[in-house]
Design a protein around this ligand. Structure first.
Ligand code: FAD
Length: 465
């Protein structure tokens, strides 16, 4: 059944040069860069701070600056005391520990450095950086639709529709930046996209269901005595806590699905994020404080970006898992007796949402065939490709992967770039790169305003980074 939504007139609350949807690393950097170059920028963000998965989602992975706004962020976070770093000296028995999210494959006693930033502090600083640049940042504001002036093959967005404390409003602009992390602006504007999971190879044992790489809800527990946990792992010969998990399970203290085996199989991309056999954590914020991963069960094939029931199911289930895991840890695991659940992310982060189709869809083939482009956005980058047996490759990304097909005045950023699943998911969706893509898009948007052209008309010949 359907009902008709009556047409209505709504206020054009802002008319900007550049309108950015979403303030994750991509949208944040786009807004900051465009505003610094003199454009009038309005940014809409549904939560109360910029940073996306890395602040509102608690991710907080820090690392050496890769240049531009990313380096600025790392320096500002460090200066404010928001970076926390551990090494093999300060956290012994961490490398090679099966509970470690990032270092579990290391050799025991291997040298490592793990840095994170405090998500709440970093988000507040990022909000200040937007203000300093002169961005009009509307928090608590949800993008809900796009008003598109149709022209065959070359439509343009006239305005976006948002909802916030003032009700339903329109925001007009000349260039629109996709920073939602899930291709939502692109989709509402009619850009074609590949749905999450839809790009996985259809092998002989494929059962007909497209399963996105699972999203996750991150949470933080503090006051953990990790040395006591290590003593237990060693003395009870229980490195993965499987004996304690079995004990809790037998006592009815674990909900079905909380600890689940990793999956293999030819139609999944390795075991990454697929399964949750034991506690999965990483040090963050302060001694004794750890971020802990809860991922959506892969088998459920949830499309949280475009299905409200799936999103609600993920939120319910993961909060339930987190509650049960926190109580299990305190009751059964030595070192956690006095720990507290201190924080849960504001949203279930989506790893594999819509992949909008751009003027160039950047693919693994571009990487493996060493393709060079007339419009590179950076000088050649070298990265390790999980999907090519962890080999390193040097490659370029073209500006055309920032341009969605069919819309003339939109730029893509971050996890919404026009990339295939095997390149974006496995390699090109990290915080530094997403921040770089935003800065590139912000630069392009401001240039378009200066020159009176659309992003598609902008001549791009030299790398930005
Ligand atoms: C669970 C998880 C763990 C990850 N772990 C790591 C890691 O360890 N290291 C790493 O480097 N990367 C990691 N990533 C990847 C990385 O976080 C993302 O690829 C990156 O944040 C994408 O940046 P983005 O700017 O495109 O989008 P996001 O970070 O998703 O930000 C999008 C922003 O847009 C806002 N938004 C969305 N829709 C609307 C709307 N309708 N209206 C208003 N605002 C909206 C959101 O609230 C959010 O603030 C992880 C991702 C996930 C999901």
């Amino acid at each position: 059944m359907q009902i008709e939504e009556p047409a209505r007139r709504i206020p054009l609350a802002y008319d900007a040069d550049v309108v950015v949807v979403g303030a994750g690393p991509g949208g944040f950097a786009a807004a900051r860069q465009a505003a610094r170059m003199g454009a009038r920028v309005v940014l809409v963000e549904r939560f109360d701070m910029p940073g996306g998965v890395h602040t509102s989602g608690l991710q907080g992975a820090a690392g050496p600056g890769v240049g531009g706004i990313h380096t600025e962020l790392m320096e500002r976070f460090a200066k404010a005391g928001y970076i926390y770093t551990v090494t093999q000296d300060t956290l012994p028995d961490w490398a090679g520990n099966p509970l470690s999210h990032y270092e579990r494959r290391h050799k025991p006693d291997a040298a490592f450095t793990r840095a994170s930033f405090n998500p709440e502090g970093a988000g507040s600083l990022m909000a200040q950086l937007l203000e300093e640049a002169g961005v009009t940042a509307l928090y608590g504001t949800s993008f809900v639709d796009a008003v598109v002036e149709e022209a065959p093959g070359n439509s343009r967005i006239r305005a976006i529709i948002v909802e916030n404390a003032s009700g339903r409003q329109a925001i007009g602009g000349r260039v629109f930046v996709e920073g939602s992390g899930t291709g939502e602006l692109a989709a509402r504007a009619g850009v074609r996209y590949v749905r999450g999971g839809g790009a996985q190879p259809k092998t002989a044992d494929w059962d007909g269901i497209d399963r996105p790489i699972p999203g996750g809800l991150l949470w933080i527990m503090d006051n953990i005595d990790f040395a006591a946990t290590v003593r237990h792992q060693k003395s009870a010969k229980d490195p993965t806590l499987s004996k304690l998990i079995a004990e809790a399970d037998a006592a009815g203290d674990l909900p079905p699905g909380l600890y689940r085996p990793r999956m293999g199989g030819s139609n999944v991309y390795g075991e990454a994020y697929i399964g949750h056999p034991t506690l999965d954590m990483s040090p963050m914020n302060a001694d004794g404080t750890f971020i802990i991963w809860q991922n959506v069960p892969y088998e459920w094939a949830l499309h949280m970006d475009d299905c409200a029931e799936d999103e609600a199911r993920a939120k319910r289930a993961l909060r339930g898992f987190i509650d049960a895991e926190a109580r299990f840890l305190k009751k059964y695991v030595p070192g956690f007796e006095n720990a507290h659940l201190s924080n849960i992310g504001r949203f279930v982060g989506i790893r594999d949402g819509r992949h909008p189709i751009g003027e160039h869809v950047f693919s693994l083939d571009d990487v493996l065939s060493d393709r060079r482009f007339p419009d590179p956005v950076t000088t050649p980058m070298t990265k390790t490709f999980f999907w090519d047996e962890y080999r390193k490759h040097t490659f370029e990304v073209p500006y055309r992967s920032f341009l969605p097909k069919g819309i003339s005045n939109m730029l893509l950023t971050g996890a919404s770039l026009s990339f295939t699943y095997d390149t974006i998911f496995m390699v090109m969706r990290n915080f530094p790169w997403c921040t770089q893509t935003g800065e590139i898009a912000g630069f392009a948007a401001a240039r378009c305003i200066e020159k009176g052209v659309t992003p598609k008309e902008l001549e791009w010949t030299a790398p930005y980074f």
